[in-house]
Design a protein around this ligand. Structure first.
Ligand code: SF4
Length: 268
């Protein structure tokens, strides 16, 4: 991160679900200046309030739990629901017992072909059972054969989006905010929002390593697309590959799709 900062990159998204398993997680969080952690909740249940106190002291203000909402996720091999609920309970206890200190609690919920029609039920669970302030919905992108059937179809995504809109009317945003992740697509967004919808390759680049020859892709969800490579510790963009991706991105957005979703589902 220090190397990338030197050449002008300003904001880092750490793409890992269990950062807190790293021995040096505090160092990583302070270098990235991230203010949220994403976890399946196990480590919070295991370490309890002591961990939450350390997280708050490090500048973390949002805990994101990748939520398993049975029966709506019965086909995904997720952490058992009781762990998600126990972790949410720990966060609520912290908020209650530490005047003036407070985590926002987000449930990150994967939309699949199994649960696309249960958005209302899942919002109710996130808010009423887990006490979340935010629910973020993301579409499952098929990276393996077993995901293919589970990834929601474009028609299913449209239904999910209509239900998300209805839920936004039902719950006041200050009390329970419903967020729509990029992978759900641009359907129903205003034109000026559509143009800013996908930062991949413009405001965002993804790297896994600074080793020479390492790939640069536009988005973590487009690992097969290369728009450049690492040379002497710097991500260098290949103009021809970049233009090719930008054309592909334009057609995906025009078709109301997230480029990664469109690619993975062979819609382009
Ligand atoms: S490709 Fe999709 S998931 Fe990636 S940044 Fe663009 S909209 Fe978001």
């Amino acid at each position: 991160m220090a190397q990338l900062k030197e050449i002008g990159y300003g904001k880092f998204y750490l793409i890992t679900s269990e950062l807190l398993l790293a021995d040096n997680w505090k160092e990583i969080i302070s270098a990235s200046r991230d203010n949220y952690v994403n976890t399946n909740g196990r480590i919070i249940v295991e370490k309890g309030q002591a961990l939450l106190i350390e997280l708050f002291a490090c500048g973390i203000r949002q805990v994101v739990l990748t939520a398993n909402i049975t029966p709506s996720h019965s086909l995904l091999n997720f952490t058992p629901k009781k762990i998600v609920e126990a972790a949410a309970q720990e966060v609520r206890s912290f908020n209650k017992g530490n005047a003036g200190k407070r985590f926002s609690l987000m449930l990150s919920i994967i939309v699949t072909s199994e649960n696309f029609n249960k958005i209302g039920e899942m919002c109710g669970y996130a808010k009423d059972v887990c006490g979340a302030n935010v629910a973020k919905f993301l579409a499952l992108i098929p990276f393996s054969n077993s995901d293919t059937k589970l990834s929601p179809s474009p028609a299913q995504l449209s239904k999910a989006i209509s239900q998300l809109k209805a839920m936004r009317k039902k719950y006041p945003a200050a009390e329970f905010y419903i967020e729509r992740g990029g992978t759900l697509g641009t359907a129903g967004l205003r034109d000026e929002k559509k143009s800013k919808f996908c930062p991949a390759g413009e405001r965002m680049f993804t790297i896994k390593t600074l080793e020479n020859g390492g790939p640069v892709s536009p988005c973590i969800y487009t690992p097969s697309i290369s728009i450049g490579r690492i040379e002497n510790g710097k991500p260098l963009i290949d103009r021809a590959l970049y233009r090719k991706f930008m054309e592909l991105k334009k057609s995906a957005l025009l078709a109301d799709r997230c480029p990664a979703y469109a690619l993975a589902n062979k819609l382009l």
